[in-house]
Structures are given as structure tokens and as C-alpha cells.
Design a binder for this molecule. Structure first.
Ligand code: MF3
Ligand code: CO
Ligand code: CO
Length: 272
């Protein structure tokens, strides 16, 4: 399968799925407090998706080739966990940083987005800086999206912003095309060279989801077969949006009333 160009009808369906994914994060935000377990956050999100939104949690039983079926409805990755953290009995503590990654399916279309949360509202200087620089990385990537740009422009901008701030970019996982399938072509790397890779065309939809580490870039997989951690146990952060290439730039689809404002816009993002 190659990269698909979405029709107007497909784009309309994707707008809905993506807004709903973002609304799950709006819903769960007040529950991310010291003492709550990641399993409880999973249960709350699951029930909200299934009973309130009538969406399907895409992660539940998701089994790409070589993986066992994912057992929960969201991913919850705490501190040195990079991505795909399986919710469970772990209780969050004040100062933990946690990524919640939500993918819903509505009318056959996927919306995929994640945010960082600082538990109890305060953490170390390093942890808060990692979360905000990673958010800027997402937005400097988004700022590059327009017809005629190349995938490498996105990766290059993200890598430069992360590394110039003393952080490193995870190489093993990337953004992805998305639509009727959870993971479609193309792969959207978060590092690379400007002016290389596939040329972007109006109607493409893909995610940008940089994972940025406070220490070294290397990661390992835990014996659960899913959870990815930094090899040096340094902190890791990630933010994700699903983005449409429009005739004159881009539209961020995973937005809702509670979305945090863009980190940088226009010239500031292009200059970063
Ligand atoms: N939501 C993740 C992504 O952004 C994928 C999670 S796969 C799962 O691509 F099975 F772990 F949920
Ligand atoms: Co994704
Ligand atoms: Co995701």
C-alpha cells in the first residue's frame, strides 16, 4: 500500500475522529492527579470512548506483525517510559510526567493524538523543560507541512530543535499515515535532512509524534512486549497530532476545546 490522498468526504470523517480523540484527552485531564493509577485512567477513557462518544479504542487488541495483542485502550508512558506504556496498578506521584496516547475509531476512521501531563502540576526544571521543548518540536515539525515540502524537512526541524536544546530524538518509532488504518504509509521520521524524502501533497494525512529523551537516544523494550523505555533511564517526553496537508499549508485535525495552544506559529516556528 502506498500513500493515500484523502477525498473531501474522507477528510470530513477524519476531522470528526480526530476531534473526538482530542476530546478524550480533555476529558481525562482533571483525573491525572497524584494517587490515580494508570489502569484507572485507562478504564475511565475506555468507558468515555465506548459509552459517551461511541468510538472504538483502537489500541485494544491491536496486534501488528510480531506483537502480541495490546491489552488496554490507551497508552500511558511514565517518566523514562518512551511510548506504548501498558496501563496498570502503578499510582502516579506528584512530579511524574506522563504521556497519554489516545487513538479512536469513528465510522471506520482513526484519530491519533497524545499529550504530556505533569502530575500535581509541578516537576523538576529538567522534566518541565523536556515537556515544553518536545511540544515545540511537534510544532516546528507541523510548521514545515505544506504541498511541495519534503518529509525530511519535518524530521530535520524536529531534530535540530531537540538537539540544540541538549536533548535527543528517539529513532525507532515515527509518525505515520493514518485513515481507515491505524498505521499507513508514509513513515514520518523525527530526524533527517531537509529536502530529502517523499514530497508532500494536498490531501495526505499523517501524524507527527516526536519522542525526545533528556539523555541518550537509545531505547529498549520491556519483557511485556510493548513498553519502550530509555536505555539510560533518562526521562522521555512525547506529543502527537494528526495533520492534513492543505492547498496552502496544513490543518491540525486533533484539536478540541481543551487543546493546548500551538507552541510557536508562523515565522517563529519556521525560524526555530
Ligand atoms: N498511538 C500510538 C501511535 O501514535 C500507537 C499505539 S499502538 C498500541 O502510533 F497498540 F500500543 F496502542
Ligand atoms: Co501515532
Ligand atoms: Co498515538
Amino acid at each position: 500500500m502506498s500513500v493515500t490522498i484523502k477525498t473531501e468526504d474522507e477528510i470530513a470523517s477524519m476531522r470528526i475522529a480526530c476531534r473526538l480523540a482530542s476530546e478524550v484527552l480533555d476529558y481525562i485531564e482533571p483525573h491525572v492527579q497524584p494517587g490515580v493509577t494508570t489502569g484507572e485512567l485507562d478504564r475511565l477513557c475506555h468507558d468515555y470512548m465506548v459509552n459517551v462518544q461511541q468510538t472504538i479504542p483502537a489500541p485494544l487488541n491491536y496486534a501488528p506483525p510480531g506483537y502480541s495483542p495490546y491489552p488496554k485502550s490507551i497508552c500511558a508512558s511514565v517518566n523514562h517510559q518512551v511510548c506504548h506504556g501498558i496501563p496498570g496498578e502503578r499510582a502516579l506521584k506528584k512530579g511524574d510526567i506522563v504521556n497519554l496516547d489516545i487513538t479512536v475509531i469513528k465510522d471506520g476512521f482513526h484519530g491519533d493524538t497524545s499529550r504530556m501531563f505533569i502530575v500535581g502540576g509541578e516537576s523538576t526544571k529538567q522534566a518541565s523543560r523536556l515537556c515544553s521543548i518536545t511540544y515545540e518540536c511537534l510544532w516546528v515539525g507541523i510548521a514545515r507541512v505544506r504541498p511541495g515540502a519534503h518529509l525530511g524537512d519535518i524530521g530535520h526541524a524536529i531534530q535540530r530543535h531537540a538537539e540544540s536544546n541538549g536533548f535527543s530524538v528517539v529513532r525507532e518509532f515515527c509518525g505515520h499515515g493514518i485513515g481507515r488504518k491505524f498505521h499507513e504509509e508514509p513513515q514520518v521520521l523525527h530526524y533527517g535532512k531537509a529536502n530529502t524524502g517523499m514530497e508532500l501533497k494536498e490531501g495526505m494525512i499523517f501524524t507527527i509524534e516526536p519522542m525526545v529523551n533528556a539523555g541518550r537516544a537509545a531505547v529498549s523494550e520491556l519483557p511485556d512486549g510493548w513498553t519502550i523505555v530509555t536505555r539510560d533511564r533518562s526521562l522521555s517526553a512525547q506529543w502527537e497530532h494528526t495533520v492534513l496537508v492543505t492547498s496552502d499549508g496544513h490543518e491540525v485535525l486533533t484539536v478540541s476545546a481543551g487543546s493546548p495552544p500551538p507552541a510557536l506559529t508562523g515565522d517563529a516556528a519556521r525560524a526555530a
